[in-house]
Design a protein around this ligand. Sequence first.
Ligand SMILES: [Zn+2]
Length: 119
Amino acid sequence: MDSVKPLEPCGTTGAYQRHYLNGETPCDPCRAAKAVDKHTRYWKAKGGEPFANTAPRIITDHLETFGSMSIQELVWLIQRRHDIKDGTIHRAVHRMIADGRLASVKDIEGKLIVEVSDG
Ligand SMILES: [Zn+2]
């Protein structure tokens, strides 16, 4: 009989490793736990903050600093300084338009111009 620590339940990075050691494919809760862990470490290593508010805050900062611009310009500007994927920025912009944090002021030749909402 081995004296073993109680097994970590699924949905933890410990359980994720156990799946691998047992030659199993990690289950969804364990994969999610691993992804959160990886993402959090990545941002901590960069001295940033993990998750949700990062993209919206950066988007707001850029629009407040540079004024209204197209999403394409916004993506270009943000990517010069931040390691954020196009899709992440696009999704965040559309979510922020949907919940009223950003206004889409006009559509010029298919380019949506966005700015920070007044209120
Ligand atoms: Zn699991």
